[in-house]
Ligand binder design. Structure first.
Ligand code: PLP
Length: 220
């Protein structure tokens, strides 16, 4: 069961700032996805490869699937045929593997670089030095089957709004630093930040894409 009322009011809210909604359907049944699809939702996010592959096979082909979890290199091949956007790219070797698998399907796969902005040790992502290094070394331009279209980050799970705000600011600043980059396959336009608990702060700090699950589908 989805929360239709929450969905409609969220859409109204996001429309004002031109923010894209990725409905995070992880652990939720295909029926829930179909229900939201019928209301017009097309972008859905999943964070386990196997679950995503099963749902993709089951559901209509005009869903845009977003992979939002931590992606292991050896699993890229399973999602390469259909994935719309990979949010959590956190290493150059993963980019190379995505490029390789995309080439096998004659596709160009859009990717977001995950940036480490939280305090928690468990969150994946590049830090600022690693991003500087990634963009300064000229080896991105050889990857013809990927496109880097933006950045993604997760703030700390915290009641402290100021802290969350500062973490989102960090991501926005880094995004701005590379927003005018002129490598052919890097055109940064997406900042994926904000979840059910902190999307309002994320939007105020410049998010262009929010990933929202429990607000729409209920708690997991
Ligand atoms: C689960 C998840 C979300 C959605 O979380 P909610 O709190 O349910 O909105 C967003 N982003 C990532 C990376 C997730 O794993």
């Amino acid at each position: 069961m989805i929360n239709t009322e929450a969905y409609n009011s969220l859409l109204e809210e996001l429309k004002l700032t031109n923010t894209t909604l990725v409905a995070v359907s992880k652990t939720k049944p295909a029926l829930d996805i179909e229900e939201l699809y019928r209301l017009g939702q097309r972008d859905f996010g999943e964070n386990y490869v196997q679950e995503l592959v099963e749902k993709e096979a089951l559901l209509t082909k005009d869903i845009r699937w977003h992979f939002i979890g931590h992606l292991q290199s050896n699993k890229v091949k399973y999602i390469a045929p259909f994935i719309h956007l990979i949010h959590g790219v956190d290493s150059f070797s993963l980019l190379k593997e995505i490029n390789k698998q995309a080439a096998k399907h004659s596709r160009v796969i859009d990717c977001l670089l995950q940036i480490f902005i939280a305090e928690e040790e468990t969150k994946f992502g590049f830090d600022e030095n690693e991003i500087d290094q990634l963009f300064s070394e000229n080896n991105l331009s050889n990857l013809n089957n990927i496109r880097i279209v933006g950045m993604m980050g997760m703030a700390s799970f915290s009641e402290n709004d100021e802290k969350v705000k500062a973490e989102f600011k960090k991501l926005k600043n880094l995004f701005d630093k590379y927003g005018t980059l002129t490598i052919a396959n890097c055109q940064l336009s997406i900042i994926s930040m904000g979840m059910s608990g902190d999307y309002k702060i994320a939007i105020a700090e410049g998010s262009t894409m929010v990933r929202i699950g429990s607000l729409l589908f209920g708690s997991r």
